[in-house]
Design a protein around this ligand. Structure first.
Ligand code: ATP
Length: 337
């Protein structure tokens, strides 16, 4: 029995959570992988109810669970996810992008993963005001850069891809910070002779993700660039509504959609739950690896086939060109178990 802490979130978060819970409940009932799901509050709703975006009881429950799933949270996102990533040392943010049949990806054959450093850079929001200006700290450390570079090379080595790591930065302008990141990645690359290594400035990478996305394998980059490029790579393969992400540490992991709370469509019952369901698929793979449980890998595969099987039949939510509601789409997935 795997204990899952589930932050239900804001905006479309509760709708996505309902969908993921019904999928996991179906797996629990019909297959040999069992879950104990505890729903938790964090984000704008928790701020309103408890005066704190990340209440102590939520944090305690997460720490007692085997793994966390987090639906998107709203305006207070920085006080939830940025804090959780640092507190739980979830140093690797993994964002895959792959072209699947039925998805109208920009090109066929796209199969990449963005490995984003998850604990430092401008994304920590360390800012202050001085007369007439505002200042932000951008700290890039050797330790965090080395950890994420190793994670990227291990990923490239193990996955069935082109065995290539592309280090993305802007070291021609940020010579100290991105210079350090580039140097550390280059040093780490020497320990992986079977994985090829190249480097790209972030602006060129943004262009090449449109021009020749099929040539990428593993991209390793700093926190803010990874945030931006992964929204782009999601769109390149069909949309944010299909984009899952994993926040991984040495002992714990948290899974969430790439996108935010999407307040413009919240409460309408039209959100695409695939981003969160595919995050559950990544969770199953992580549990399988951590607990040496091959059943988790089997279920993860089944879940991925179910989502893309439904999409490939033309059964889609509005964001990807269909007419199905969140619950209709979820029922179609569940019917395949
Ligand atoms: P954040 O900065 O927190 O990532 P954002 O302002 O960039 O948030 P998102 O919430 O990520 O915005 O979403 C951008 C747009 O993509 C939304 O306005 C919404 O229309 C669409 N979108 C995002 N997720 C989904 C989804 N699961 N299903 C359908 N549409 C979505």
């Amino acid at each position: 029995m795997y204990k899952i802490s589930l932050i239900t979130g804001d905006g479309i978060g509760p709708e996505l959570s309902e969908s993921v819970v019904s999928v996991l409940d179906t797996i629990h009932d019909k297959l040999d992988v069992k879950f104990d799901i505890q729903k938790l509050l964090a984000g704008d709703i928790a701020l309103k109810q408890y005066g704190k975006a990340l209440p102590d009881q939520t944090l305690d429950a997460i720490k007692k669970s085997d793994v966390c799933m987090k639906a998107p949270v709203g305006e207070s996102a920085a006080d939830v996810i940025v804090v959780l990533r640092r507190m739980l040392d979830l140093y690797a943010n993994i964002r895959p992008a792959k072209s699947y049949p039925g998805m109208n990806a920009l090109k066929d054959g796209i199969d990449m993963v963005i490995v984003r450093e998850n604990t430092e850079d401008l994304y920590t929001g360390q800012e202050f005001e001085v007369p007439g200006a505002a200042v932000a700290f951008r700290i890039i450390s050797e330790k965090a850069s080395e950890k994420i570079a190793k994670y990227a090379f291990e990923t490239a080595k193990l996955r069935n891809g082109k065995k290539r790591v592309t280090c993305v930065h802007k070291s021609n302008v940020m010579r100290k910070t991105d210079g350090l990141f580039s140097r550390v990645c280059t040093e780490v690359s020497r320990s992986y002779p079977d994985v090829s290594f190249d480097q790209m400035y972030v602006d060129a990478c943004a262009m090449n993700l449109i021009r020749r996305p099929e040539t990428f394998d593993v991209i390793v980059t700093t926190n803010l660039f990874g945030d931006i490029l992964s929204d782009e790579s999601s769109e390149v393969v069909g949309g944010l509504g299909m984009a899952p992400a994993a926040n991984i540490g040495d002992n714990f992991a948290l899974f969430e959609p790439v996108h935010g709370a999407a307040f413009d469509i919240a409460g309408k019952g039209i959100a695409n739950p695939s981003s969160f369901i595919l995050s559950a698929k990544m969770m199953l793979e992580w549990l399988g690896k951590k607990h040496n449980d091959s059943k988790c890998f089997d279920v993860a595969k089944k879940l991925e086939s179910a989502v893309y099987g439904v999409v490939n039949k033309g059964i889609k939510t509005q964001d990807i060109g269909g007419t199905k509601t969140t619950s209709e789409f979820t029922k179609e997935i569940i019917s395949l178990f």
